[in-house]
Design a protein around this ligand. Structure first.
Ligand code: HEM
Length: 133
């Protein structure tokens, strides 16, 4: 059954199953495995899941708790490309629609799309940067 509310329970469920799926993706998965390992039960993943729970609760409900900088880790994890972000977004969109009613899933996706665009701009990824060194 699709979740009709954004609360800690529904976010935790969505976040864990998203990364379970994401690490199997040939393009996006290796970035996570390199940074956090392939065992979703290890300490790094535990930490990551908690960060992401707080992050999405803040993004979707305004609940305070996430104190980090969502962009910063992406500077250090290897060479991200437009294709990598597009794949991430495609998988995230599909995944949130499998967990939440369309109205909520669309809101998750819109938020992620805005951030992905900002990340790409900050990393100077995309068409406008293609001709530069
Ligand atoms: C190209 C696709 C992406 C890849 C490969 C990627 C990869 C990663 C990795 C490996 C980390 C963990 C770094 C570490 O703890 O050492 C991370 C953290 C994070 N990512 Fe991404 N990411 C991607 C896109 C996104 C997007 C689009 C969002 C937002 C919607 C996002 C939100 C976050 C957040 C909130 C964190 C935690 C930041 C913190 O530690 O406070 N990521 N990402």
């Amino acid at each position: 059954m699709l979740a009709t509310e954004v609360d800690r329970g529904s976010v935790e469920k969505m976040v864990r199953s998203f990364y379970e799926m994401l690490i199997k993706d040939d393009l996006v998965g290796p970035f996570f495995i390199k940074a956090l390992g392939d065992d979703l039960k290890n300490d790094k993943w535990y930490e990551h899941f908690h960060t992401l729970d707080k992050f999405w609760l803040m993004m979707m409900t305004g609940e305070k708790g996430y104190m980090g900088d969502p962009f910063l880790p992406h500077v250090f994890i290897g060479k991200l490309t437009e294709e990598t972000f597009e794949r991430w977004l495609e998988l995230f969109n599909k995944h949130v629609h499998e967990h939440f009613i369309p109205e909520i899933a669309d809101k998750f996706y819109r938020k992620s799309e805005i951030l992905a665009k900002q990340f790409m701009e900050n990393l100077e990824i995309g068409e406008e940067f293609e001709d530069e060194d």
